[in-house]
Design a protein around this ligand. Structure first.
Ligand code: NOJ
Length: 447
């Protein structure tokens, strides 16, 4: 593959580690969310099929096997996250055993010549901090800064840091729609949490760079391509508004453009969450922009929608190729998103920090023939390379995911891994897509 590119693979702590309440780890909001029933003790769990993250792939004990697999496949970079509540069970006090775990994991990566990229926050806030208001409490900035600096100082051999993973998703799903942890449904909470998350990226970036100027520090953003249902100007406007709400709102403030509220007056309320001087803290010269694209969405004008006048047309209504997440497969989106970031003329490297696809894979005679996943990766990587060949500053690509994992509120049914995990025995089976990567990472096909 393109030799000048960084080729890696990613996972996150809450989705793979298991050992959710052992070795000194404290509860996270996702541990609590999995336990939650609408009426205290009964009713359906908020996670499909009542799946629980404690039953995930047991990466905590099997990380060496998994890193050996990364090496075998041929990836040179591995992105994983630190569970804040493993190193600081209550978000503040240190758990030496948790620190030791990540130290061993990092050491093992380095011994195997695999470069670790660490995500500081992949959605699993310590539950103790949620009790203090979580992301809606401005004190989160101090808590997070202390946690981040503790990690960066404890693991000085790690040069690549991703501050927050997909703010739009953990804020929208967690604070506005209540479908992810912490399960809150409040517009006010959502705006506060959003502003604090944006500030957090800026402040953490500056703190790390002050002490470790040589580190490469970025953050990763969900970017979903939004298209209008038709060429009518009202549909085009609807798509523009959706793009603003789903994508631009969560990275433009960092790029120095402020919150894009002009077309959606209701979002202007975010200004009430700002203190004097915040506008100076938001613009952040990140060392790289991580983008994560999985699919595209389509919107149209809808007069009955009271505030926004837009309507989402779900993929299954458009009769197209669907994944196990009911997402459309649309490779051109990744090209379009890279080009969209390019259009800001930032001169910052773009890294695709996640891209991948879920199917309900099956083991047949000991093998998992996931040819649809191979096709997905092949077409998406081709689009990334196309953007690069046309001059885009895209420097890396991380496949999501190394192993089948806990897909948040969707539980274990959608399988994103290049490696199949039997969630009962925890046995791993490399899927055909893993062998496909092994062949291509070592070839000059894309060079
Ligand atoms: C992005 C998230 O970062 C990751 O945790 C999730 O599994 C994938 N999207 C797929 O939904």
């Amino acid at each position: 593959m393109h030799q000048s590119m960084i080729w890696g693979v990613a996972i996150s702590a809450a989705q793979t580690e298991s050992a959710h309440d052992s070795y000194g780890k404290g509860p996270s909001i996702w541990d609590e969310f999995c336990n939650k029933k609408p009426f205290r003790f009964f009713g359906k769990s908020k996670v499909k099929n009542s799946h629980h993250l404690k039953d995930s792939a047991d990466f905590y004990h099997q990380y060496k096997t998994d890193i050996d697999h990364i090496k075998y496949i041929g990836f040179k970079h591995f992105r994983f996250s630190i569970a804040w509540s493993r190193v600081m069970p209550d978000g503040v006090n240190i758990n030496p055993e948790g620190v030791e775990f990540y130290k061993s994991l990092i050491d093992y990566c380095l011994e195997q010549d695999i470069t670790p990229w660490i995500t500081l926050y992949h959605w699993d806030l310590p539950a103790a901090l949620e009790k203090k208001g979580g992301w809606t409490n401005r004190d989160i900035l101090t808590y997070f800064n202390d946690y981040a600096m503790f990690c960066v100082r404890s693991f000085p051999q790690v040069n690549h840091w991703v501050i927050l993973n997909e703010p739009s998703v953990f804020l929208g799903a967690g604070y506005l729609f209540g479908i992810h942890a912490p399960g809150r449904k409040s517009f006010d909470a959502f705006l506060k949490a959003t502003h604090h998350a944006m500030l957090c990226i800026g402040m953490t970036y500056r703190s790390i760079k002050k002490e470790f100027p040589q580190h490469s520090v970025g953050s990763s953003f969900s970017m979903t391509q939004i298209d209008p249902h038709s060429n009518k100007s009202r549909d085009i406007k609807a798509a523009r508004i959706a793009d603003l709400l789903i994508n631009r709102f969560f990275f433009e403030p960092l790029l120095g453009h402020g919150y894009p509220t002009a077309e959606v007056k209701r979002m202007e309320a975010i200004k009430d969450c700002m203190l004097p001087g915040d506008e100076v803290l938001l613009p952040t010269p990140l060392d790289f922009i991580g983008i994560q694209t999985y699919t595209r969405e389509v919107f149209k004008y809808h007069p009955l929608n009271p505030f926004l006048k837009i309507k989402h047309i779900p993929a299954h209504k458009r009769t197209i190729d669907l994944t196990a997440m009911n997402w459309e497969i649309h490779a051109k989106s990744i090209y379009a998103n890279i080009m969209k970031i390019e259009a800001y003329q930032l001169n910052i490297p773009i890294i695709v920090t996640e891209n991948g696809v879920a199917f309900e894979d099956e083991v047949v005679l000991g093998r998992v023939n996931d040819f649809k996943r191979i096709h997905y990766f092949q077409t998406h990587i081709n689009e990334v390379i196309k953007a690069k060949n046309e001059g885009a500053n895209v420097q890396g690509y991380f496949a999501w995911s190394l192993i089948d994992n806990f897909e948040w509120a969707e539980g274990y049914q959608p399988r994103f891994g290049l490696i199949y995990v039997d969630f009962i025995t925890k046995k791993r089976i490399l899927k055909e897509s893993a062998y496909w990567f092994r062949r291509h990472l070592n070839s000059s096909l894309y060079a």
